[in-house]
Write a protein that binds this ligand. Structure first.
Ligand code: CTP
Ligand code: MG
Length: 245
């Protein structure tokens, strides 16, 4: 059967959630902390589980947690689009690489297939942005969600400012970050050869020579990193509930 045009291919979502949450500092890993009575990771999976533009979801979790995740998250919340759990790796990049391998094994490796990567620790992304994000991926091959920097950002080395880039050119990268499969695959192949240090996937794709578009996102899409973020996320969810009441 011929591969349908890119606009017909639904997205595959990788959800890296295999970190240890060192900066959160809690005994239980941050992706399982309760937020409005539900584990953080369950909130994140739910953003995509019912979406008509999503074909399959791959949560990526630590090897030792797979039974717990299956029982307390997948079975309990009856997610229907989760294809399978993937085992994470040492660094975030290793986790994403494992996810990419899994989706290719499952036959989702068409060159034009849109692959979205979304941090397990970002439960407040607004799924209404998905159509625009997928349009941009289809048109340009690579697009990330980001917001303009609010603070002035300094580059600091050994306690001293070495650069003060102009704030109006600075954006804070968020996730989802989305790429055609062939582009993401190439970027990870190059990473295997050159080992670019990177805290997001867009950096690898840009280092491999591809242009990456930016779609303006929303401030609410915070990454839960420290205890203060959990309080902010709780307040944001409270305010949405009040609005919909
Ligand atoms: N992540 C992952 N595999 C790793 C490291 C991180 O899948 N080896 C995931 C995290 O679970 C998280 C996302 O990548 O959903 C963003 O990472 P971050 O916020 O840094 O989470 P942690 O690495 O868990 O936190 P910390 O850096 O404070 O230890
Ligand atoms: Mg980390």
């Amino acid at each position: 059967m011929p591969t349908p045009p890119s606009s017909d291919l639904k997205a595959i979502v990788l959800i890296p959630a295999a970190g240890s949450g060192r900066r959160m500092g809690t005994a239980i890993s941050k992706q399982y902390l309760q937020l409005h009575g539900k584990p953080l990771l369950a909130h994140t999976i739910a953003l995509f589980d019912q979406h008509p533009l999503v074909e399959a979801i791959y949560p990526i979790v630590p090897e030792d947690d797979s039974d717990y995740c299956r029982r307390e998250i997948l079975d309990k919340y009856r997610f229907t689009r989760v294809r399978r759990l993937v085992t994470g790796g040492k660094e975030r990049q290793d986790s994403v690489r494992n996810g990419l391998k899994a989706l290719a094994e499952d036959g989702y490796d068409q060159p034009e297939r849109p692959i979205l990567i979304h941090d397990g620790a970002r439960p407040l992304f607004n799924p209404n942005l998905l159509p625009a994000l997928l349009d941009d991926i289809s048109a340009g091959g690579a697009c990330i969600v980001a917001v303009p920097a609010k603070d002035t950002i300094k580059q600091v080395i050994q306690g001293q400012i070495v650069a003060s880039p102009l704030r109006d050119q600075l954006w804070q990268a968020q996730t989802p970050q989305g790429f055609r499969f062939d582009i993401l695959h190439k970027a990870f192949q190059q990473q295997d050869c050159n080992s670019v240090p990177a805290t997001d996937d867009a950096a690898l794709v840009a280092a491999a020579g591809y242009r990456v578009r930016v779609l303006a996102g929303e401030d609410r899409n915070i990454k839960i990193t420290t205890p203060a973020d959990l309080l902010i996320a709780t307040a944001l969810l409270d305010s949405y509930q009040e609005k919909s009441a």
